[in-house]
Design a protein around this ligand. Structure first.
Ligand code: 8Y4
Length: 290
């Protein structure tokens, strides 16, 4: 059911992607929710949030300094660095046990974050925003999450054809830079330039929109594809999110980028036991069954 992949990470254990789903916790380091906008509050609460997600069982922490929400302003390189670098430095100084990914489409931010200890690039422009991005990844030998986000798409063309071409281009850029195709994770980019119907077609069959034999990341957490259906606000979307996470797993996804780590992780463990059986250590002998 799930393809298996071992992706090396510099200086730490490789990512093992297959039957066991991985949970990526979302760490937004953006002042949106801070009335005073103080850098200190921002740093402290980001660190507390990261530590909480690790306690809840996050396998990866995704650190982002620019909001991609509709209506939010792009930030400059220096502002983005000022937000994310203190967080990465502090988490690395903590000796956190899980890999950090840097959510950025800016090669300079990716380069600095990796030098500070991040080991994965999460690029919402799928290596197609800046030619240097694949070079930074190749230089440091880190994997890249290449997300599909095709701006002003030709909507007369089937989405899945568009996505196949887009990912084929991302793969070519990775190979040209010498990072190799076994360092790529593909991501359908839920909510990015897609209609409500397309988002659900994608959830039902994203493997058909992706070239074969790549691991897949699913990012649906609290998104408007859930809110439009349920007519609710982001903080009311956990049940809807869990449905998308479990369906995404059953349909072949490997990594799940979520806000609510514990709840999604629990749901994914139940889904994994259903597809592949419970972990061997939990199989009581027949006499003890109850
Ligand atoms: C509430 C909160 C509602 C946040 C919507 C949102 C993806 C991603 C984003 C994704 C990968 C978001 C950075 C959008 N989505 N990266 N980033 N995949 N790889 N919206 O799907 O979370 S930001």
């Amino acid at each position: 059911m799930h393809t298996t992949h071992t992706i090396p990470l510099p200086g730490r254990a490789p990512l093992i992607l297959g039957q066991t789903p991985l949970v990526m916790g979302i760490l937004n380091v953006t002042p949106d929710s801070f009335s005073d906008g103080g850098q200190h509050n921002l740093l402290d609460s980001a660190l507390a949030h990261a530590r909480q997600m690790i306690l809840e069982g996050a396998d990866i922490i995704d650190v982002g300094g620019e909001s991609t929400r509709p209506g939010s302003e792009p930030v400059g390189v220096q502002e983005e660095l000022d937000r994310v670098m203190p967080v990465i430095d502090a988490l690395v100084a903590d000796g956190i046990g899980v890999p950090l990914s840097i959510d950025t489409y800016k090669p300079l931010v990716a380069d600095q974050a990796i030098q500070a200890g991040a080991t994965i690039i999460n690029d919402v422009h799928g290596l197609q925003g800046a030619p240097q991005m694949a070079e930074v990844a190749a230089l440091h030998d880190v994997p890249v999450i290449a997300m599909h986000w095709q701006k002003d798409r030709d909507t007369t063309r089937p989405l899945f054809d568009d996505m196949q071409d887009y990912f084929t281009h991302s793969i070519a850029l990775a190979e040209r830079a010498g990072m190799g195709r076994n360092r790529l994770i593909l991501d359908p980019g839920f909510g990015f330039g897609k209609s409500l119907a397309e988002n659900y077609q994608l959830l039902a069959g994203f493997l058909a929109a992706c070239p074969r034999q790549f691991p897949i990341l699913i990012g649906t957490s609290r998104k408007s594809m859930i809110g439009k259906l349920l007519d609710n606000t982001p903080d009311q979307r956990l049940a809807g999110t869990i449905a998308t996470t479990v369906l995404g797993y059953i349909n072949g996804g490997h990594i799940f980028r979520v806000h609510d780590v514990r709840a999604n992780r629990d749901a994914l463990r139940v889904a994994q036991a259903t597809l592949y059986g419970p972990p061997a250590g939990l199989q009581a002998p027949p006499a003890e069954r109850g």
